[in-house]
Write a protein that binds this ligand. Structure first.
Ligand code: FAD
Ligand code: UDP
Length: 407
């Protein structure tokens, strides 16, 4: 059957779906979204595992933003709940308050302290640079060598397989440093989570488009291109830009990941409370602040592991943030992996030479009138969810009025 659309959108993540929604509902266009996975939502997808626990299968997704507009836009599709985004670091056989704050300083010196004492300590320990040019200097200039070595160097090496010296300052600057006792992971004005899960948000967004939007799953866009009975005027590509161009300048570097899931029944969790269960040879402490959702395995949603004897970087226990009332729990260990074409390109690499290679693809993309590239992979940017939503909204706003009118 012959089908004709105004837009073909490749990828059903935040960027593809938001662009499609605006085009359908604001401009009355017909869009086909094709997604090679078996679900919508891209990496922000959440789902129930085989034990009924709501998890984030592609790594933890903590929604935060400073933008009223972006939050307002997404609020059409979801209610929100507060985002209890707390992270601790596990090293030297103990948990450390993180990001670095007054509690961390107190743990470090072994007694209560004041903000003034911490500020004086930082002043004495941090290194001054004329201009900060990489992530090592970014951390040294904020907290000095001891905490750089304790919290950042090892984690960054595991995560990126690059020294912090080889990464843009922005990578480690994502992590705040505070001299008060605020131990939230982020500084953003809004730190929230979709109340009924990301999957509900995405389903509502698709529903809002009515029959102007068609979504096809388990389908690579190359199959659509090969199918002459499907036609469109303009393509919006949110997959990896180097894949679109068949890697003609060579593949862009990415970091990939492997996720390992472990479920704990309520009985097993009680075993942990008794100190009888082991995690890679270490006994995690029971959570001293049980959330209302019941027993948990670790003290907060995320624990980071900077030490090199463990090959994973973090463990995530979503139950702390979803507040799901369920007896058991699931933790997900995240193992960074080398990337090669064919694996999932989870992280674009924020480094100068990667950016230069991307620039060649970007110039090539600039030559095309009938394809636009947006999103984290389409523009090769280490962007958060709110940033790609903002990018998709702006993209549609700025789309050539001629194109919008005449399609
Ligand atoms: P994606 O979500 O990657 O969607 C692109 C889609 O295109 C994918 O579904 C893919 O399958 C599809 N696709 C690719 N190629 C093809 C093809 N050939 N044919 C058809 N479909 C194709 N952001 C936050 O704000 N907070 C967080 O806490 C956070 N944590 C993160 C943790 C991890 C481990 C990762 C990797 C990212 C995290 N992010 C977080 C970033 C967040 O995932 C992204 O900003 C956002 O999901 C990007 O949306 P997108 O639509 O641009 O890309
Ligand atoms: N980082 C670190 N130690 C930590 C947490 C983060 O060295 O305990 C560094 C690391 O380089 C990481 C970056 O800070 O890639 C950004 O951390 P974030 O938690 O924001 O990473 P993401 O959630 O994007 O993977």
């Amino acid at each position: 059957m012959h089908k004709s659309f105004d837009f073909l959108v490749v990828g059903a993540g935040f960027s593809g779906l938001v662009a499609a929604e605006r085009l359908c509902t604001q401009h009355g266009k017909r869009c086909l979204v094709v997604e090679k996975r078996d679900h919508i939502g891209g990496n922000a997808h959440d789902c129930y595992d085989e034990h009924g626990v709501l998890i984030h299968p592609y790594g933890p997704h903590y929604f935060r933003t400073n933008s009223d507009d972006i939050l307002g836009y997404l609020s059409q599709f979801t209610e929100w709940m507060p985002g209890n985004y707390k992270v601790q670091v596990y090293r030297d056989d103990r948990y450390w308050s993180f990001p670095i704050n007054l509690r961390t300083f107190e743990q470090y010196i072994g007694r209560e302290a004041t903000a003034e004492e911490m500020e004086a300590w930082l002043k004495e320990n941090r290194t001054d640079f004329e201009a900060v040019t990489n992530s090592e200097e970014a951390v040294l200039s904020q907290v000095g060598e001891a905490w750089y070595k304790m919290f950042f160097e090892g984690y960054t090496l595991k995560q990126w397989k690059r020294h912090p010296r080889e990464l843009s300052p922005s990578v480690c600057r994502r992590i705040p440093v505070r001299t008060n006792r605020d131990d939230r992971y982020f500084n953003d004005k809004y730190q929230v989570l979709p109340k009924h899960g990301y999957h509900t948000l995405f389903n509502n967004l698709v529903k809002a488009c009515g029959d102007r939007l068609e979504v096809r799953l388990n389908l690579d866009y190359k199959e659509v291109i090969a199918n002459e009975s499907i036609q469109w005027q303009h393509m919006i590509f949110t997959g990896p830009i180097d894949a679109y161009f068949d890697y003609k300048f060579g593949p862009l570097p990415y970091r990939s990941l492997r996720f390992e899931h472990e479920h704990f029944s309520a009985k097993a969790l009680r075993g942990i409370e008794d100190g009888s269960s082991q995690l890679e040879g270490k006994t995690p402490s029971p959570d001293p602040h049980l959330p209302s959702s019941g027993l948990t395995h670790q003290p907060c949603v995320q624990v980071n592991y900077p030490e090199s004897n463990l090959s994973y970087t973090r463990t995530v226990e979503a139950k702390h943030i979803t507040g799901q009332e369920i007896e058991g729990t699931t933790i997900v260990r995240e193992y960074p992996e080398d990337y090669e074409v064919g694996k999932e390109p989870y992280y674009p690499i924020p480094a100068a030479e990667a950016r230069q290679l991307y620039k060649r693809y970007e110039d090539e993309a600039g030559q095309l009138d009938d394809v636009s590239f947006i999103g984290r992979l389409g523009t090769y940017r280490y962007y958060n969810m709110d940033q790609v939503v903002g990018m998709a909204l702006k993209f549609v706003e700025k789309l050539n009025p001629f194109l919008i009118k005449h399609l």
